[in-house]
Design a protein around this ligand. Structure first.
Ligand SMILES: Nc1ncnc2c1ncn2[C@@H]1O[C@H](COP(=O)(O)OP(=O)(O)O)[C@@H](O)[C@H]1O
Ligand SMILES: [Mg+2]
Length: 344
């Protein structure tokens, strides 16, 4: 649905050019929710604005729904942009217009009749749960409700793609969850392709099918969200997953185990697994098979896209060869095993 090919963006600056995107290539399929995550300044907004050519990249191609936007003359580009809706962190509503009038705005600009406008706007307000608030002004509604207006307005021109740039970053966790649920529902019911830009791994975890990690203008890693959580490759990815699922041992646990490490019998591991690969009690099997003592130090079972995802820190005690064999066995069963070597 969206093909980004070799996007590069340089901005001229006093201290030389800022290289905001470096040869970014991504392929986003029809109907998926695709996340792009990165730290502040990574180039996320520049990238999302390249998809509808609000920023024209210095080089590279943007193909949306089979059309090369970078090659279109401006009138055709304006037309093509109707297929791409966008929502923003700060909602960008007009304060002098009611909820209804904000949603109606793109239709008015497109020259639609009053009747056509109301035929489109009323069902959209119903979809986003704002029918009762249609005559309120932005100052009279909550942040979550404002974002619902933003979503309805973005959907008014019946786009095929919705771009979301930090749309939940100004909202509290509970409101964030309800907005993400709404976006998921729209994705399912309307078959809309959604590109979610965020700096929060929690958002990726809750709503995205696939994710690309952007760092200093480069895509450093991408894949199915569950796979990236299971086997993060890049240090930035690990750090961002750590915000959601701890990758380190808490200091209190560390203090308890520290003195026992390095004796050749006690080893601390982090195990990561999903319900997809690990449906048997593999941990219990490994313990029995190799006659070890296992002590669970710390753990979290979570859910990613309806799939169980577990992360456990364990201490395994036994003969070195048995411990290693047990870990190899777990790996064969699809568990990702990593020794906490920095603890030693
Ligand atoms: N219009 C611009 N002119 C100059 N530099 C810019 C412009 N837009 C973004 N940048 C720079 O490009 C880099 C990436 O910015 P941005 O895409 O906004 O990052 P993010 O959204 O990931 O925080 C930053 O160093 C930023 O200062
Ligand atoms: Mg940004």
């Amino acid at each position: 649905m969206i093909e980004l090919q070799g996007l590069t963006q340089r901005f001229p600056g006093d201290a030389g050019d800022v290289h905001a995107l470096r040869d970014v290539s991504l392929s986003i399929a029809q109907g998926e929710v695709f996340g792009i995550i990165g730290r502040s300044g990574a180039g996320k907004s520049t990238l999302v604005r390249a998809i509808n050519l609000l920023n024209r990249p210095t080089s590279g191609r943007v193909v949306v729904d089979g059309r090369d936007l970078t090659a279109l003359p401006s009138a055709a580009l304006r037309e093509a942009r109707r297929d791409i809706g966008m929502i923003f962190q700060h909602f960008n509503l007009l304060s002098s217009r009611t909820v209804y009038q904000n949603v109606a705005l793109p239709l008015e600009l497109a020259g639609k009749s009053r009747q056509e406008i109301s035929d489109t706007v009323l069902p959209l307000l119903d979809l986003v749960g704002l029918s009762l608030l249609k005559d309120r002004y932005p100052a009279q509604i909550s942040g979550g409700q404002k974002q619902r207006v933003g979503i309805a307005r973005a959907l008014a021109s019946k786009p095929k793609v919705l771009l979301s740039d930090e749309a939940t970053s100004a909202l509290d966790p509970e409101t964030t969850r309800s907005i993400l649920e709404l976006l998921r529902k729209i994705n399912r019911e309307l078959g809309l392709t959604i590109v979610m830009i965020t700096h929060q791994m929690e958002v990726i975890k809750q709503v995205c099918d696939r994710v690309a990690v952007l760092d200093a203008g480069c895509v450093v890693e991408q894949g199915r969200v569950i796979d990236v959580f299971l086997r993060p490759q890049h240090e930035v990815t690990r750090a961002m997953i750590g915000d959601v699922i701890s990758q380190e041992l808490p200091p209190s646990v560390l203090r308890r185990v520290e003195s026992r490490l390095g004796n050749g019998r006690d080893h601390v591991y982090r195990l990561a697994f999903t319900g997809e690969g690990v449906d048997q009690p593999v941990l219990a099997q490994a313990i029995r098979r190799y006659g070890l003592d296992f002590n669970i130090l710390h753990g979290q079972i979570d859910e990613i896209q309806g799939q169980a995802f577990g992360s456990l820190a364990i201490m395994a005690t036994g003969d070195e060869a048995d411990v290693k064999a047990a870990m190899a066995y777990l790996q064969e069963q699809g568990v990702v095993v990593e020794e906490f070597d920095h603890v030693v």
